[in-house]
Design a protein around this ligand. Structure first.
Ligand code: F6P
Length: 325
């Protein structure tokens, strides 16, 4: 149905929330209204679509939202949308509410839903919104900057007390199966070690030997950033304390990383990506995802986007290790 005339645009947020999602919603709403379209907000992601939780949105409905964390539309993970019946039902509901174009703000899983809806004739555009930075077709995902700064500030605080007590601190950051939050915090916080799922065969004995060695060199603390994809931080702390004799504490930063007022970067990227999603729909495009690559905002085929794999930049990881002398 690509090329059909778009009169009404729907917008939803799906999967884990991320700071900046509201800025993206606001941009979709105001761009679409400014171009003479009607906008419908879908609450609670695909689950809300299946439950027909659909509201009209005006420019005033998104006032004072650009600075707010979370998502004003709420979000959910939806098992039903993984089934063919669910997808057909969702497409039929879009049709019933006159939604010719749908903007989906979320991660890879959310894009898979958008791809299915496109197959059933709803023009869809995805906007990458996740703190994990794990979408291969784009160098940036909305929410990462705010989340990584939240984690960095928390780790700075943990470092203070860790130094006072001459402890080893294992700090677990989010990221699901990706290590970007861990890598960035590792560099920004000057960690001694970064453990990421992409390098899952880390050597605990080598870490223990390094802690003992670093004590001899006069280091007052030892910071390990552990990615959620490795996990096991509490047990790891017990094992390290036992083997080294150095008091070791684990801190799991957790959901704090998903909240808070979005950074300038997240607000700006979200605003531009939101407007671009509407423009792509108006150009008759569908089954695309907005991205940022080589300094430019671009769009990719969703089919291609969800099959691409993202690797941790080896050179950056090597630098992080070098700086931990
Ligand atoms: O994808 C964002 C994220 O916060 C991941 O880092 C984490 O693994 C996951 O969501 C947690 O999801 P939930 O909110 O379902 O517990």
């Amino acid at each position: 149905m690509a090329g059909k005339i778009i009169r009404t645009i729907g917008v939803l947020t799906s999967g884990g929330d991320a700071p900046g999602m509201n800025a993206a919603i606001r941009s979709v709403v105001r761009t679409a209204l400014g171009k003479g379209l009607k906008v419908r907000g879908i609450r609670r992601g695909y689950q809300g679509l299946l439950n027909e939780e659909i509201i009209d949105l005006s420019a005033r409905d998104v006032s004072e939202t650009i600075q707010r964390g979370g998502t004003i539309l709420q979000t959910a993970r939806c098992e039903e949308m993984r089934t063919e019946e669910g997808q057909q039902k969702a497409a039929a509901i879009c049709k019933k509410y006159g939604i010719d174009g749908l903007v989906v703000i979320g991660g890879d899983g959310s894009f898979a839903g958008a791809q299915r809806l496109a197959n059933y004739g709803v023009n869809t555009i995805g906007i990458p919104g996740t703190i994990d930075l794990d979408i291969a077709c784009t160098e940036y995902t909305i929410g990462f900057d705010t989340a990584v700064n939240t984690a960095m500030e928390a780790i700075d605080k943990i470092r203070d007390t860790s130094t006072s007590h001459e402890r080893c601190s294992i700090i677990e950051v989010m990221g699901r199966d990706a290590g970007y939050l861990a890598l960035w915090c590792g560099i920004a916080n000057g960690a001694e070690r970064i453990l990421m799922p992409e390098e899952h065969d880390y050597d605990e004995d080598a870490i223990i030997a390094d802690i003992q060695e670093s004590r001899k060199r006069g280091k007052k603390n030892y910071i390990i950033i552990n990615a959620e994809g490795i996990g096991d931080s509490v047990n790891m702390a017990k094992r390290i304390e036992e083997a080294t004799g150095m008091e070791t504490r684990a801190t799991i930063i957790g959901y704090m990383q998903r909240g808070g007022s979005p950074s300038c970067k997240d607000r700006v990227y979200a605003s531009i990506m939101g407007a671009m999603a509407v423009d792509l729909l108006l150009e008759g495009k569908s089954n695309r995802v907005v991205g940022y690559k080589h300094g430019e905002y671009v769009d990719f085929d969703i089919d291609e986007a969800i099959t691409m794999k993202k690797a941790i930049p080896e050179y950056q990881y090597e630098i992080a290790k070098q700086l931990a002398l």
